[in-house]
Design a binder for this molecule. Structure first.
Ligand code: ASP
Length: 398
């Protein structure tokens, strides 16, 4: 019995009860919306501190500025390019396989976005008051500041650096603990959010989810097999299939735990012991990658935003798709490597293009299922990255 009472199983129960409640007692579910709102607020409460501290820690744990320059620049280039490629793949697929959500009740919501200029865009990346950016939840500002701060700390004398890193190391663990507590409230939060959506919009919304699931999985498979496989073959000069066979244990652990960080010890072990990737490279690229490199999450965030836009009858302009491209990349970088973290940073993508946050309640129903696929892809992307960086740092694996 105790084995059954896990958060994941209870979340499934919450979803089913919410759907039943939405159909049978819609008025009750409408009045219980505040519970779901509290759950959403808790998710929003944790996201910014979590982004700041997790990015800081992955950079600050480097031993010297030289390490940062040498491996860091190569790893970060790889992370950015593959994450952006993943989002691009997701957006292209959703444009090819158009979602048919005609059975779903539409809203006449219109989104106003100011016209785009590069000057304004570049200017908007730079915070003028970092506390204001924290308070307003501007993720991009927080990420930039976190990187700057971490790089500065790496260059400090040991006696000054250690207390700062120690403080944030502890803070990181504490924040992850809070995130876990919040995620453990999912069964109740999900019950209220799903119940509200079904009561408000009808069961068609939930039934239409199969299209979303199929598109995310197709996108993830294309990215994991073709994009990453080809990059490994062409840039890393290795056979991706052979490499997969050596590291597959980590992929399976990622698939079943839905956590890149929980998988990290296994990734390190298989990369260094079985696939003979250089230890120093693996020791840097895999932990940093577990925090910032999430191709599966990035792809899923983009597809989810486009899906929810069509559910709410919102036409996305090219400019809004570009915003989705940028924010999904950043949201994936900022997502913690624990189950359902992608769902937390999803609020950033939705807010950036003005999508209703209630949309998250619609996709939460299949989130755990998709988390398995995206986490496996996240870890596979980290492992490919470690192999490629080791080729460029050492000339060959040791
Ligand atoms: N569970 C994922 C990971 O740990 C993050 C996510 O929720 O997308 O890699």
């Amino acid at each position: 019995m105790k084995r059954f009472l896990t958060v994941e199983n209870l979340t499934v129960v919450g979803i089913l009860l919410g759907i039943a409640g939405g159909i049978l007692v819609p008025d009750v579910m409408l009045s219980l919306k505040f519970i779901g709102d509290i759950f959403l607020n808790l998710l929003k409460m944790i996201v910014i501190p979590l982004i700041f501290v997790s990015i800081f820690m992955s950079i600050a744990s480097l031993s010297s500025i030289n390490d940062l320059k040498n491996m860091g620049s190569k790893a970060i280039l790889y992370y950015f390019m593959t994450t952006a490629l993943a989002v691009f793949t997701g957006i292209v697929i959703t444009n090819i396989i158009q979602f048919d959500v005609s059975s779903i009740q539409k809203t006449d919501q219109i989104i106003n976005v100011n016209s785009f200029t590069w000057e304004a865009f570049l200017n908007s990346l730079i915070p003028s008051n970092i506390f204001k950016s924290f308070a307003e939840g501007k993720a991009i500002h927080v990420i930039l500041f976190s990187i700057l701060f971490a790089v500065a700390v790496v260059g400090l004398m040991k006696n000054k650096k250690d207390p700062v890193v120690g403080f944030f190391d502890g803070s990181n663990d504490a924040l992850l603990k809070i995130a876990k507590w919040i995620i453990s409230l999912s069964p109740v939060g999900v019950f209220s959010l799903i119940g509200y959506v079904v009561a408000d919009k009808g069961i068609g919304v939930i039934l239409s989810l199969w299209q979303y699931v199929v598109v995310v999985i197709i996108g993830i498979l294309i990215h994991a097999v073709f994009n990453l496989g080809l990059i490994g073959y062409l840039v890393g000069k290795f056979n991706p299939l052979d490499y997969f066979k050596k590291v597959r244990e980590a992929i399976l652990v990622a698939f079943s735990t839905c956590s890149s960080s929980a998988t990290l010890p296994v990734s390190l072990e298989v990369a260094t012991e079985k696939a003979k990737v250089d230890k120093k490279v693996a020791g840097f690229v895999l932990p940093l990658g577990a925090t910032v490199n999430m191709d599966g999450t990035a792809l899923y965030e983009a597809v989810a935003a486009i899906f929810i836009a069509s559910v709410f009858g919102i036409e996305l302009s090219l400019f809004q798709q570009i915003i989705i491209f940028v924010t999904a990349t950043l949201a994936a970088i900022g997502a913690a490597s624990i189950p359902s973290a992608g769902l937390v940073t999803m609020t950033l993508v939705f807010s950036a293009v003005g999508l209703p946050l209630e949309g998250i309640a619609i996709i939460i129903a299949v989130d755990r299922f998709l988390d398995m696929f995206r986490t496996a892809t996240n870890v596979w992307g980290d492992l490919i990255g470690a192999k490629i960086v080791s080729r460029f740092v050492n000339g060959k694996d040791k």
